[in-house]
Each structure stands twice: as C-alpha cells, then as structure tokens.
Design a protein around this ligand. Structure first.
Ligand code: C2E
Ligand code: SIN
Ligand code: SIN
Ligand code: FE
Ligand code: FE
Length: 428
C-alpha cells in the first residue's frame, strides 16, 4: 500500500507523512474539548427565533463580519417562507460594506443600535440609506426595523442583527418601542459572545480540514462548506418527506453539517502522489485511495460525542452505493491490520447520513474541477444523478435533492472557489 504512513519513498517522507496523521489526530482531540460545538447556522437560527419572539417580529436577518465586510448570513421571514421549510434565501450571497450605504453598514460603523419606523420614509438628514435589494427580489415590504450591533464584551464587532416588522396582537404591522430596543440590545450582547465562539469553531474546523487534506487551501475550505451545506439541506428536505419532527430535524441538521464537512479527512493518510495525480488512478492506486474511508473513521476513534460518532459514520459510509457496489463494505473491525475490503453495504444498511453525503460529494466532484477531471455541465450532472437514482444513490435522497435544487444552486453560488471562502487563505 502507498499510504503515507507506509510510504516506500524513503524515511524522510514517511516520517513527514506520519506526522501529518499525528497532527490531524491531535487537532481532532483538541476539537472535541471545545465545549458546545455548534454550527453557526444553528446558532443564528436560535438567536433570531429568540429575538423575534421577544419583539413579535415577522422577520429578521443577521449579517456577520468576515474579512471586514458584512456577510449576509441568516434570515427568517414568516410571511415569505415560514419556519419549517428548506429555503434558498438562507444562502443569498450578499455582502454590505461597513459604511453609510446600508442600515446594517451604518450600525456596524457606529456601533449604535437604530429604530426605524418606515424604511422607505427615513427622516430627512439621516446619514445612511436603506438597501432595498432584498425587498426588490422577494416582493416583501420591509417597514419597521430594529437594528442592533452584535458586540462582544471585548468590544469586538461580530455583526449586525436586524429585526423587522413587529406585529401587534391582531397580527398587524406596528412599530418597535424603546423597550424593545433595550431588550434586544441586551440580548444582542449575549448572542455576540456565542456567535463569536461558533465562528471560531468553524474556523478551527476549516483550518483542520485544510491541514489534514493538505490541499490548495482556497479549494478545500469551500468544498467542505458546500458539501456540509448540501448535506444539511438535503437532510432537512428528506426529513420533512419522512415526517420527522422539527426539533429532531434541527438538532441532526446542525451535527450533520459539521460532520459532512469532515467526510474526507482520511485523505490525510493518502500520499500526495495519488491524491494530486493529474490523471486516472491505476487499480492499485485506487485501492489505496479507497482506504481513506476507513482511515477517516479511525480518526474519530474517541467516539465520545455525538459529533464523533456521526463523523465516523460519514467517513466510513460516504462511498457505499445503494445497489451494493460501493466501498469499503461490511467490515467487522476497522482497527484490524491488513484489512480486506468487505462486501458492499446495500440500501438501508447504509446509514442515512452516508447516503446523503454520497450524493452531496459526487455532485460537488462532478460540477467542479478536480486535478484529474474537468467540470461537468449542470445538465450532464443532473441527468447523471437521475440515472444513478436506485444505482449509486438512494432514490428518496435523489428526490429530496431535486426538490430543493434552487437551494443547492444558491449554496454553490455562495461558496465559490475564490473570494467567498469564509476564511482568508491560510498562511501555512
Ligand atoms: P472526489 O474527487 O471527492 O470524488 C468523489 C466521488 O465523485 C468519486 O468517488 C466518484 O464517485 C464521483 N466522481 C468524481 N469524478 C467523477 C467522474 O469523472 N465520473 C464519475 N462517474 N464519477 C465521478 P470515487 O471514485 O470513489 O473516488 C474517491 C476519491 O478518489 C475522489 O474523491 C478523488 O479524491 C480520488 N480519485 C478518484 N478517481 C481519481 C483519479 O482518476 N485521479 C485522481 N488523482 N484521484 C481520483
Ligand atoms: C455562514 O456562511 O455564515 C455560515 C456557514 C456555516 O454555518 O458553516
Ligand atoms: C475532495 O476531493 O474531497 C476535495 C477536493 C477539493 O478540494 O476540491
Ligand atoms: Fe471520499
Ligand atoms: Fe469529497
């Protein structure tokens, strides 16, 4: 085998490769100690829900500061899309500068909260303008806005939360009160600390993925973000189709997004000669490559948290196929040496998270460029996926994927290879 740890290329490469694996295992152990690992999306969802309940607001959105701009990061809108469905607005790729050209920009600039009675009738002499892009695209009518800066106790600005259109007891639009402002501002300060922590966790995860996969840092971060988001949203849709309860969906979705980002971590143990080969792998090389599933699962051997368990499950099962022709197949003990691959798992023997990430990963591999292949067109990719329904893929997962294809497209647009990675290029 040409696993890095058993490289035939000589002592020095072998030592280096072993240390990659060790580093990766160490980072994972550290990660586990980060208490309350929570996905950014799940946290923003909870923050908006709480803030809107306090003020009876119909809608709200959160912008997070990343690379010195305000990045549109989460949205609620009961009138437009309610709370339980999958929706593409979550992945709108909008950024606002920290300046007077938008309300959120102004709030971030000054650090002061604002109450606006009617966004379309700003009092004369206001230093900022209202950015109506969202209303224009969606047909929504934003009226009252309460905008609060998200500032941590160390005075770090992490973003801006806007709560929109409070409803009175009769469900009619009303205005925010000074009490709402006080309440929201206080709440925003607490939320900021939690959001900052979740953003740091995400950053650590992305850095870890970059380090472990040893790839072009620009590419790997967005690939992980995309596969995580595709998997989370397909899971959400699939769960709705299965009639699973909302609370369960939210909890599993949160974990799944993070665990799906880690699906290929086992590639850390595969030699660059194979990983980066700009051509088709020969059968021995492919055989070696197949072990990234087992090696990935081993990295989560502590199996202490739900996240470890799910991450191991996904690493192990994301290349199984619905018709039983995938790998690594049924294996009694993944820790045993000289492991032969087993007979492929079939149908529902493959855990649902594995079935979902399989589709998310292949979709992403097909529509994008890889060192060994050119990007496929959307049309070719979609007809391939439909053709593979019931072969490579679980038909119900394909149905869920196609049902939310507008969301899939929005995710792809949001996490592109350049500029939109949520991390600046790592310096290692
Ligand atoms: P990956 O690049 O993330 O690809 C994930 C999966 O997408 C592949 O799993 C395969 O099911 C699908 N896929 C990717 N490209 C194509 C394609 O051109 N046609 C079709 N029909 N399906 C495609 P698979 O094959 O088990 O490969 C696992 C990993 O092994 C890949 O992950 C990649 O890292 C590596 N790999 C596979 N084939 C090659 C190759 O020819 N050259 C190199 N350098 N690496 C390869
Ligand atoms: C975001 O893009 O703001 C959130 C992404 C994530 O939760 O990983
Ligand atoms: C992967 O093959 O899973 C990662 C490839 C990439 O970084 O684009
Ligand atoms: Fe893989
Ligand atoms: Fe992958």
């Amino acid at each position: 085998m040409t696993l890095k740890s058993a490289s035939r290329k000589g002592e020095s490469e072998s030592k280096e490769a072993q240390s990659d694996v060790d580093i990766c295992a160490k980072i994972l152990a550290t990660m586990e100690k980060l208490s309350h690992i929570k996905d950014v999306h799940a946290l923003l969802d909870a923050v908006l829900l709480e803030a809107r309940q306090m003020t009876r607001a119909d809608a709200g959105s959160i912008y997070l500061i990343e690379n010195n701009v305000l990045n549109f990061s989460y949205i609620h809108n009961d009138t437009l899309f309610g709370a339980s469905g999958v929706n593409r607005y979550l992945y709108a790729s909008q950024t606002l500068a920290v300046d007077n050209h938008s309300l959120a920009g102004y709030v971030a600039l000054t650090g002061e909260p604002l109450i606006i009675e009617d966004a379309y009738q700003l009092p004369a002499g206001m230093p900022f303008t209202f950015n109506d892009t969202f209303d224009q695209r969606s047909g929504y009518r934003t009226q009252s806005i309460l905008a609060a800066p998200l500032v941590t106790s160390n005075n770090k600005m992490v973003g801006v939360m806007e709560i929109i259109n409070p409803l009175n007891k009769d469900g009619q639009p009303s205005a925010f009160t000074p009490d709402d402002l006080l309440l929201l501002n206080y709440f925003a300060d607490n939320a900021a600390a939690a959001i900052e922590r979740a953003m740091m966790t995400r950053e650590i995860i992305l850095r870890m993925i970059k380090m472990c996969e040893l790839r072009d840092p620009k590419e790997t971060g967005v690939h992980a973000n995309r596969v995580g988001a595709y998997a989370a949203e397909v899971y959400h849709q699939w769960s709705l189709q299965q009639g699973i309860a909302d609370d369960d969906i939210k909890r599993r979705k949160d974990l799944l997004r993070i665990a799906a980002m880690l699906h290929d971590l086992g590639k850390v143990a595969i030699s660059d000669l194979i990983l980066k080969k700009p051509a088709k792998l020969d059968s021995e090389e492919f055989r070696t490559m197949q072990y990234h599933t087992i090696l990935g699962a081993r990295l989560f051997q502590n199996q202490e948290s739900d996240l470890d368990v799910l991450s191991a499950e996904i690493a192990l099962n994301h290349h199984e196929k619905w018709d039983g022709t995938g790998y690594p197949g049924k294996i009694d003990d993944i820790y045993q040496d000289q492991l032969p691959l087993g007979a492929g798992k079939q149908g529902e023997e493959i855990p649902i998270a594995g079935r979902i990430v399989a589709l998310a990963d292949v979709y992403d591999a097909l529509v994008n460029q890889r060192v060994y292949k050119s990007p496929w067109s959307e049309k070719t990719t979609l007809s391939y996926i439909k053709d593979q329904s019931g072969k490579h893929f679980d038909p119900e997962v394909v149905d869920a994927f196609l049902a939310i294809y507008d969301v899939i497209a929005a995710i792809r647009e949001k996490y592109q290879e350049e500029g939109s990675s949520s991390l600046p290029a790592a310096s290692h």
